[in-house]
Design a protein around this ligand. Sequence first.
Ligand SMILES: [Zn+2]
Length: 349
Amino acid sequence: MRRFNYIAVSVAAALVSISMAAQDTVITSKKQAELIIPRPALQPVQSMEKVSAEAVDTLETANPHIRILLMADYTWKYIKDPSYVAAKEVFSEHWTHDYPDPYRESLESLPNEIGIWVVDSLSQYRCPNQTKVYSKFGYRHRRRHQGADLPLQTGTPVYAAFDGKVRLAKYYKGYGNLVVLRHENGLETFYAHLSKILVTDDDWVSAGSIIGLGGSTGRSSGPHLHFETRYRGYAFDPEWLIDFNSGVLRHRFFTLKKKYLNASSNYVPEDEQEEIDIIEGDTKDKEEAAKKAEEERKAAAAAQYHTIRQGDTLGALARKYHTSVKKICQLNGISERTVLRIGKRLRVK
Ligand SMILES: [Zn+2]
């Protein structure tokens, strides 16, 4: 049985109407989520426009936590009031401005699969820096590389990928100028080597907010954004979530597998992963079948037979061959009351 540990995220069915937006529901299962979120919502999400319009006004909705943001280009979007999520434990537990990993948990304590809503109908996504990844997640010269390196010119804006709260914003060792954002679903995103930090600790940011400017501070050989995605302190390849080339977010709902939380677990395109799972599954089945066949072969090789003679009883045979009446009956498909005919061959072991 696969085990999912769903992170409950409040989602409003905002797409239907404002009154529908007033209902907010805590989703506890994927099935439930699929009933609320329309099918197309499960497709990959495009990054927000580079030039996003200015907000001109906000309107109330029936839900005091949800507002409508009116933009100068006559578009609008629903937004979640940060005070709505502020009380959530995710924004207070393991909350430190001092160092990158406040969790210090053992990997064993985490579930094998973690279901995560990356975005919902009230939140958006912005690719932090759309470009080709020039140094991937994984081992590099025997050093762990916990993120994806995305080249950019010094001074270029770096965008918050998702709505969240600034957990850390300072110069930190090899990271140089580092911003760490915590998101409602428990994920954290890291933005390193910035030339300038434009947010401070505990600020609320929304997807697409400029949190800093690209640079080459800390241990860096040239201007690039070092971007990390982490779950409870463990980094996983950000390419599982984002296709940096196109800027597209790969999943609204993402199943984070524990095996991804390993420095040598690179992103594998979905179809390939499926194939790998099938092959691994097949191999396992074959191995099990081979093991069973081998056991049967060994048992057959060790088989002993006895030809019934005058006076033989099952009890006497069991004693003679150091086995039990029950076992002999099982091997021959007979019962304890079966009459033993002289000359019949019985398997005794
Ligand atoms: Zn890097």
